[in-house]
Design a protein around this ligand. Structure first.
Ligand code: URA
Length: 209
């Protein structure tokens, strides 16, 4: 079974409190999400492999570590996932970025993929699917299905806040996928919002609420 990692660094928890606050304005919300994404990038890359190279310092020649050739790919789910991309790229600027757009089909209520654009070598990359809110899990599961269908098998999921229902759904559908969160909240309400959550992440990021 996959692991669920709660990134509970005090700075992440502090910033998340202001992200949750309904009185935080769009500019501050966007900046805080960006900062939390940077801090979470640190956690999600904690175990990436290192190579040893020789480096000459001004004083001596020594063996030192560099991140190995393993390539990363960020896959934000449109549109809210976009809010976490720049923050992650601050720490991993060489990562490539693909996009998946999903919309809910009005008849089946299932997520329908309307857009996908991936790095050509996505199947050789360690991919990080990004969606701030893991609610029912439907979008994350559909995005991961789509990536696996294209031969991608190294995938992690990164969200700001999850409901237990969403975590369980992803684990049931994709037991191989590790999930990184800033917080695991209480539940979903009858409208599909995470409680206590932060409201609609896309609306708050883009000022459309
Ligand atoms: N999507 C959001 O943006 N917020 C929620 O609470 C649930 C899904």
């Amino acid at each position: 079974m996959s692991k669920v990692v709660i990134c509970d660094h005090p700075l992440i928890q502090h910033k998340l409190t202001f992200i949750r606050n309904k009185d935080t304005n769009t500019k501050d919300f966007r900046e805080l999400v960006d900062e939390v994404a940077t801090l979470m990038a640190y956690e999600i890359t904690r175990d990436i492999p290192l190579d040893t190279i020789t480096v000459e310092t001004p004083v001596a020649t020594t063996e030192a570590k560099v991140v190995s050739g393993r390539m990363l790919g960020l896959i934000p789910i449109l549109r809210a996932g976009l809010g976490m991309v720049e923050g992650m790229l601050k720490l991993i600027p060489a990562a490539k970025v693909g996009h998946i757009g999903l919309v809910r089909d009005h008849e089946t209520l299932q997520p329908l993929e309307y857009y996908i654009n991936l790095p050509t070598d996505a199947a050789n990359r360690q991919l990080i699917v990004i969606d701030p809110m893991l609610a029912t899990g439907g979008s994350a599961i559909a995005a991961i299905n789509s990536l696996k269908k294209r031969g991608c098998d190294q995938i992690r999921l990164m969200c700001l806040i999850a409901a237990p229902e969403g975590v369980k759904a992803v684990q049931d559908a994709h037991p191989d996928i590790d999930i990184y969160l800033a917080a695991l909240d209480d539940a979903l309400n009858e409208k599909g919002y995470i409680v206590p959550g932060l409201g609609d992440a896309g609306d708050r990021l883009f000022g459309t609420n």
